[in-house]
Design a protein around this ligand. Structure first.
Ligand SMILES: [Zn+2]
Length: 136
């Protein structure tokens, strides 16, 4: 069954166990794409592609209730000790540095449930306080 994607912020990159999946929020419930990725970058690429197409085929998706979803909202590069924790809104950091390539080699970045003791990126913080954006 093919369904249209309702709007931009209804699609997310989420962590499921140790891998990343694309997640969509539909009126009938939330669904997780069957394909799992090791890298967050590839997951966001698939989400972008799906947004371009504008519709999904539910045979490749599974209801969220059957998966163990971890809603992690901190994007951190553990290899770079000096970097800050960014707030993740599903497809980009709130400071939009991920989307604009400002984080450099995005491959080392992963999603975490906590900020791992890092300082939070001030642009992300500012944006999270200014508008009521939904964090996954
Ligand atoms: Zn940031």
């Amino acid at each position: 069954m093919k369904v249209k994607l309702p709007f931009y912020r209804s699609i997310y990159a989420v962590r499921v166990n140790n891998n990343y999946h694309v997640k969509v929020e539909l009126e009938s419930g939330n669904y997780i794409h069957n394909h799992s990725f090791e890298s967050l970058q590839d997951t966001v690429k698939l989400a972008d592609k799906l947004l371009e197409v504008g519709e999904i085929d539910l045979k490749h998706w599974e209801s969220e209730d059957t998966k163990n979803i971890i809603h992690q909202k901190y994007l951190i590069c553990q290899q770079k000790r000096q970097t800050k924790a960014h707030l993740w809104d599903g497809l980009d950091t709130l400071c939009t540095m991920w989307g604009t390539g400002g984080l450099g080699n995005a491959k080392g970045y992963k999603l975490y449930k906590t900020n791992l003791g890092r300082d939070i990126c001030w642009m992300c913080l500012k944006n999270s306080q200014q508008n009521d954006r939904h964090l996954t």
